[in-house]
Design a protein around this ligand. Structure first.
Ligand SMILES: Cc1ncc(COP(=O)(O)O)c(C=O)c1O
Length: 407
């Protein structure tokens, strides 16, 4: 197979450590049973594997009790579980302009039904949350604040502890889709009340895995009810975690793989992963900055962002030079008419250079409004632990060739 450069880790990480596949094959071929649904040896072994994953996650996020983690199919389900299970008629909730449709759509749905009111806090041209505006938006009936830990568009990291400091006792839900596994997260230190995670990005697990941590004292109405393998004599849903929120047979083969991904992260060290990704990001930003005709979005500072970098070719900018203020590239007027749209550039990178990226709005339309890249969006270059400096250099050269029209 020809060598492809995978720069789409913000969508899902690839490749996975071999241990992840091995753990899933082991579960399928040697274990196979349903955890919590039988007292026999294989059911017990399946239970041990699921518990191992829960314990790995507690170590990764400094969660006091593994029983406070529930598994879901993905972070979208985790966020929906909180929004539908925590809010009551008349509540007010707050989120940010950098948040993903996984937050915005279920939130708007509840608002359109007249159940809740909402505020979306603006972010600046680099994607940072306006903390003063957050302070001003707080109301007596604010029941929940939801913050995207890092933008999936341009990598901007929000200061979670500062947010918690402002909102005090109001519960904080953090969307860690882009940070879990590649950036240090400590639910106690950061004051995180609900931590939503997805398994298939930097946690290096398979697709169809995710979860939610709820701080002690917080309860949720379940999104679904059913068999849990416990209290089977009762027709009522158990009220204890994790069973209260884990009805039906889980994606246990996926959870086995996720556990191996988390083991890999714990053995390698989040700091080591972050350091490698920062080196790649610095190299990419430096290389792109030298190309006249490309605008780069986000903080352009590896200590303030993840390894996700968004660019446009300057000819795309709606409204001319003024729109480039959020980035750091310079304008090449010769390309104002000719440069490819993000979707075209994504196709060129794939077809002509074997570089795989995502182009467009990345399910975060308000983030693009903040950055000034709505509606065409950006070309997103997102790296992971398994990318190399050599790949970054190849990508920079490909972008240069697109600018020159040398494709
Ligand atoms: C910030 C953010 N939140 C939520 C999601 C949704 O993730 P999933 O599709 O795994 O539910 C994504 C995925 O792109 C994301 O980047």
């Amino acid at each position: 197979m020809k060598k492809l450069i995978y720069f789409d880790n913000a969508a899902t990480s690839f490749p996975k450590p071999p241990q992840v596949t091995e753990a899933m094959v082991h579960f399928m071929t040697e274990v196979g049973a349903n955890p919590g649904r039988g007292g026999h040896a294989l059911a017990k072994e399946a239970e041990r594997i699921v518990q191992h994953t829960r314990e790995g996650l507690t170590r990764l996020f400094n969660i006091p009790d593994p029983g406070r983690i529930v598994f879901t199919l993905n972070i979208t389900e985790s966020i929906n579980t909180v929004l539908n299970g925590f809010l009551n008629e008349g509540d007010h909730i707050i989120t940010t302009a950098m948040d993903h449709n996984a937050v915005l759509r279920p939130m708007k749905h509840l608002e359109s039904k007249g159940m809740i009111t909402t505020d979306i806090i603006p972010c600046d041209r680099q994607g940072f949350l306006d903390l003063d505006a957050l302070k001003k938006a707080l109301k007596r009936n604010t029941r929940l604040v939801i913050v995207n830990h890092a933008s999936n568009v341009c990598g901007t990291l929000q200061d979670i502890a500062a947010v918690k400091n402002i909102i005090g006792d109001i519960p904080l839900l953090v969307d860690t889709a882009q940070t879990a596994g590649c950036y240090p997260i400590d639910v106690v230190r950061d004051g995180i009340d609900f931590l939503a995670f997805t398994g298939h990005k930097s946690l290096l697990g398979p697709q169809g895995t995710g979860g939610l941590y709820l701080r002690e004292g917080l309860t949720l109405r379940p999104l679904k009810r059913g068999g849990t393998g416990t209290l089977s004599e009762s027709l009522d849903q158990p009220d204890f975690l994790p069973d209260a929120l884990e009805s039906g047979t889980q994606n246990n083969v996926g959870i086995a793989g996720l556990g191996a991904g988390v083991d890999f992260i714990l053995e390698t060290g989040v700091e080591t992963i972050m350091k490698h990704e920062r080196e790649l990001t610095a190299l990419l930003i430096q290389g792109l900055r030298e190309i006249t005709g490309v605008t780069i979005y986000g903080p352009l500072d590896v200590t303030k962002q993840t390894s996700t970098v968004s660019i446009t070719f300057d000819s795309l900018l709606p409204g001319g030079e003024d729109q480039s203020l959020g980035g750091c590239g310079s304008i090449n007027l010769a390309w104002m008419e000719e440069g490819p749209l993000p979707s075209e550039a994504g196709g060129i990178l794939n077809k002509n250079f074997d570089i795989l990226v995502r182009a467009g709005l990345h399910c975060a339309p308000l983030a693009h409004k903040a950055l000034g890249t709505f509606p065409e969006g950006t070309i997103r270059l997102s790296m992971g632990y398994f990318n190399t400096q050599e790949e970054v250099e190849t990508v920079v050269k490909a972008v240069q060739r697109i600018v020159e029209g040398n494709i």
